[in-house]
Design a binder for this molecule. Structure first.
Ligand SMILES: Cc1cc2nc3c(=O)[nH]c(=O)nc-3n(C[C@H](O)[C@H](O)[C@H](O)COP(=O)(O)OP(=O)(O)OC[C@H]3O[C@@H](n4cnc5c(N)ncnc54)[C@H](O)[C@@H]3O)c2cc1C
Length: 172
């Protein structure tokens, strides 16, 4: 929940899009809100006027992070869903490292650091996925929830994420 400095409040509810069909989103959100204790109190009467706006933040990575004079950083390069945190730190670090790599490319026509940046991000994405699974596995409160079942069931093929890492490395 965030006070964004206007009379509006923003409340984030994480789910999978297919679990909340478009036509039922407002009703499902109101229902979820009714199950809260503190957020419902903080919202007071404004809960009546709440409007659901879906925003994507699923875990994903671009096939290409760098090419020629084009570089993706922060969430534009890869997003780890916000449940496991770290997105702001990754974005800041990317900005700092990208500035150095761009500077070297411009002053020395050396594109190695840009490529290294992209490969490092692709590698670390899959390390981040392992941290994410570790976070998920610690959550045991909602075992009947489909959302959490999807996040805690064992990987069918534990080597899958490493295979995809190899693919992404080739692409960068
Ligand atoms: C609900 C939620 C909660 C989160 N909680 C946390 C948390 O607790 N801790 C944490 O570390 N991370 C959290 N994250 C993740 C974190 O917010 C992101 O990882 C981080 O903000 C990414 O920074 P960024 O600069 O890459 O992208 P952004 O913060 O998305 O910034 C991109 C900016 O570019 C602007 N923009 C887009 N298109 C254009 C265009 N064409 N022209 C000009 N401007 C454009 C956008 O308006 C935006 O201001 C959360 C994310 C969500 C969705």
């Amino acid at each position: 929940m965030a006070d964004i400095g206007t009379k509006d409040l923003t409340i984030s509810f994480f789910t999978d899009a297919d679990l909340w069909p478009a036509k039922m989103r407002n009703a499902l959100f109101c229902d979820a809100l009714q199950q809260t204790i503190y957020i419902r109190q903080l919202m007071g009467a404004s809960s009546i006027a709440c409007k659901v706006k879906p925003v994507g933040c699923r875990t994903s990575i671009r096939n290409l992070i760098w090419r020629d004079c084009w570089l993706a950083i922060g969430d534009a390069a890869r997003t780890i869903d916000p449940l496991s945190g770290g997105g702001v730190a990754r974005a800041i670090t990317d900005g700092i490292d990208a500035a150095d790599a761009i500077s070297i490319a411009l002053t020395r026509s050396d594109f190695g650091p840009l490529r290294a940046f992209a490969v490092q991000r692709a590698n670390s994405f899959f390390d981040n996925l392992e941290v994410q699974r570790e976070y998920y596995s610690r959550e045991s409160r909602w075992q009947v929830s489909e959302f959490w079942r999807r996040r805690t069931e064992p990987l069918s093929d534990p080597s899958e994420s490493r295979t995809r890492m190899a693919y992404t490395k080739v692409s960068t």
